[in-house]
Design a protein around this ligand. Structure first.
Ligand code: ZN
Length: 59
């Protein structure tokens, strides 16, 4: 059994009127076993963030 490693993801809230709207946050996330694989809740509006993309570091 290997320890799950967190993945750096960029989450951006797209909720209109949210104080965090269109602001991107880089967070460490663990993939879920079931769909949705990536799920995050916005701290600004308490809505599920739809825009979650992997942060691919430029090597
Ligand atoms: Zn939000």
């Amino acid at each position: 059994m290997s320890e799950p490693t967190p993945t750096l993801m960029i989450v951006t809230c797209r909720t209109a009127g949210c104080p965090n709207a269109d602001e991107s946050f880089t967070v460490r996330m663990y993939p879920n076993v079931e769909e949705p694989v990536w799920a995050a809740m916005c701290a600004g509006c308490d809505q599920m963030v739809q825009d979650i993309v992997p942060a691919t570091p430029s090597a």
